[in-house]
Design a protein around this ligand. Structure first.
Ligand SMILES: [Zn+2]
Length: 467
């Protein structure tokens, strides 16, 4: 059991240091650490150094601004809880660009607090969450002098620019990054600001289908009817890979899909998700998808196949009577556990080869991909985080599945072999990546307390105790 006296002292400390903490949060947000814009590279480094100094000041050890070949990773640890579990914590201190500037109520790098919200680029994604971790570290070490578990912090500076150097850095530092689990704090609460734990992310297989007839376009009068048309052939292929029922027809495509249990379906159905509001917000006339599944299930728990782009032949105004020389489509699949992007690509290639109409050359290129992730709801770290969220926010968390991908989650699984728990605190509709990004201060302050409690719960569950 966590020591309640120690927790009370820590709570008091957090209450007393609230103003100073907000000042520090604002200082961090003032650094325009936009990782994708080269002119901001010195700012990204300045944010890394600011963070490293703050972590050192908190009492963490082995603090390092680690070079990656791109923007640095900030590393820190505290490893004196002998016999207790080790948790690796991830967040990112870089931010998205801020344009269009004129849509911001106040300048993006001049943080202001208004109506209980911190308004600035990065307030939620992800500097607010990184700062909450730093402040949790500060509070723990200032009031207790020790963590209940071992912690290793990895704060990235390239998340918003594709994490180009992270995998290499993780692989090179594999030995010092050993842990029992990873906690990623870069997600948010559910609709209605319900505390949430994200249990799965979809992966990706991205390909391009090229259909080639001839070196140049042919006259449709002289050749039409006597040769294959690559655009028609491409349309046939695309029509064959996915049926009107939304089911993907590639043989073996669903083989590795972990089916939803009845319990999981019931839990998803119980979420406060308004399909009609979602439809209206999207601006579409109807929600369409795989038969037998709800929109919420389709967008996060089922794999997809979508044409992302298609071109070939005459594209200008007016009429031009040709048989196009070639036609192309970008085709991607969002994958769910435990589908493997390479395996799905091979299956797509085999099926396309089988159904390709005669008279044209059809090839499929692999444009990259990523693995899906799924962490069991009953994993000890997930359960510890759930208890901590409930104790902090007065409400048990909902378990959500994200339709998108966080590549670092798959990297932690595949490179470091760690189960990943996605414990994020940003409010829904926080305008991440958009003008007027904001963080609810209740979420931010709650995050600090929930992080401390999560560590206590992990330590207690392991029998190691808090202190
Ligand atoms: Zn983020």
């Amino acid at each position: 059991m966590p020591d309640t006296t120690a927790t009370t002292t820590l709570e008091q400390h957090l209450d007393e240091t609230h103003e100073a903490r907000l000042g520090s949060y604002k200082d961090f947000l003032r650094v325009p650490s936009i990782s994708t814009l080269p002119q901001h590279a010195p700012d990204v480094r300045r944010a890394a150094e600011w963070l490293a100094e703050t972590l050192t000041g908190a009492g963490l050890e082995h603090v390092e601004v680690a070079e990656t070949g791109g923007h640095p990773v900030v590393y820190a640890d505290w490893l004196h809880a002998e016999g207790a579990p080790t948790v690796l914590i991830y967040g990112h201190y870089d931010v998205q660009p801020v344009d269009p500037l004129d849509l911001w109520t106040s300048p993006p790098f001049e943080p202001v607090v208004e109506d209980g919200r911190m308004l600035a680029r990065g307030a939620a994604d992800d500097k607010g969450q990184v700062h909450a971790h730093a402040m949790a570290a500060q509070a723990i070490l200032a009031t207790r002098g020790a963590y209940p578990i071992n912690v290793k912090y990895v704060f990235e500076g390239e998340e918003e620019s594709s994490s180009v150097h992270l995998d290499e850095w993780l692989a090179a530092n594999k030995d010092r990054l050993t842990a029992d689990a990873a906690i990623i704090s870069d997600t948010g609460f559910f609709e209605g600001n319900l505390p949430a734990i994200t249990v799965s992310l979809r992966g990706m297989m991205y390909s391009q289908i090229d259909v080639v007839l001839s070196p140049v376009d042919l006259h449709s009068g002289g050749f039409g009817g006597a040769v294959q048309n690559p655009a028609n052939a491409l349309a046939q292929i695309i029509a064959a890979v996915k049926g009107p029922d939304g089911r993907i027809r590639i043989p073996g495509f669903y083989d590795a899909v972990v089916p939803l249990t009845e319990e999981e379906r019931a839990a998803l159905a119980a979420l406060p998700f308004d399909e009609e509001a979602y439809r209206v917000a999207t601006g579409v006339s109807a929600l369409i998808g795989e038969v037998g599944y709800t929109p919420l299930e389709r967008r996060a728990t089922r794999p997809t196949l979508d044409v992302n782009g298609i071109w070939g032949g005459f594209q200008e105004e007016g009429a031009k009577t040709i048989i196009p020389a070639h036609a192309h489509a970008k085709v991607s699949c969002r994958l769910v556990a435990a589908q493997d992007p390479d395996d799905i690509f091979q299956k797509l290639c085999a099926f396309v080869a089988e159904i390709a109409p005669p008279g044209v050359d059809v090839t499929v290129q692999d444009l990259g991909g990523g693995r899906p992730t799924l962490t069991p709801v009953d994993h000890p770290v997930t359960r510890a985080a759930a208890r901590a969220l409930e104790a902090t926010f007065g409400q048990a968390p909902v378990y959500i599945r994200e339709g998108g991908s966080i590549p670092v989650a798959a990297s932690f699984e595949s490179i470091l072999g760690l189960p990943v728990v996605l414990l994020g605190f940003s409010p829904p509709h926080d305008n991440a990546h958009a003008p007027d990004e904001w963080m609810a201060l209740d979420n931010y302050e709650g995050a600090i307390r929930a992080i401390v409690r999560t560590f206590d719960e992990i330590g207690a569950a392991d029998g190691a105790g808090a202190d």
